[in-house]
Design a protein around this ligand. Structure first.
Ligand SMILES: [Zn+2]
Length: 92
C-alpha cells in the first residue's frame, strides 16, 4: 500500500493504527465467505462429508485472502476515514 496517493497526495494512514479496524471488516467478509461457500456446497454438492466443507472453505478463503485484505482496508477508509471518491479530481 502506498503511503501517499500518487495522484492526489492523500496520506492513506489517516492516523496511527487506523487499519487495525479493518481486521473486523475482514473477519465479517470471511464469515460471509464461509456462509456462501457452505450453503453452496450443501445445495450444489448434495451435503458432502464434513472434510469436504472444511477443505473447500479453507481453499476458497486462502484464495480470497489478498482480495479480502485489500477491500477491508478500502471499506475501512471509506467508512471511517472521511474519504470520498472524486472522479473529476485529476481531470483537466
Ligand atoms: Zn488520490
Amino acid at each position: 500500500m502506498y503511503e501517499y496517493c500518487p495522484v492526489c497526495k492523500f496520506r492513506f494512514e489517516v492516523e496511527l493504527g487506523f487499519y487495525w479496524g479493518a481486521m473486523y471488516i475482514s473477519y465479517a467478509f470471511s464469515v460471509v465467505n464461509v456462509v456462501i461457500v457452505g450453503v453452496s456446497l450443501f445445495y450444489l454438492a448434495g451435503d458432502p462429508p464434513l472434510w469436504v466443507y472444511g477443505s473447500v472453505i479453507t481453499a476458497v478463503t486462502i484464495l480470497l485472502t489478498t482480495f479480502l485484505f485489500r477491500y477491508a482496508r478500502v471499506v475501512m477508509l471509506y467508512l471511517f476515514g472521511s474519504v470520498r471518491y472524486d472522479a473529476t479530481y485529476n481531470q483537466p
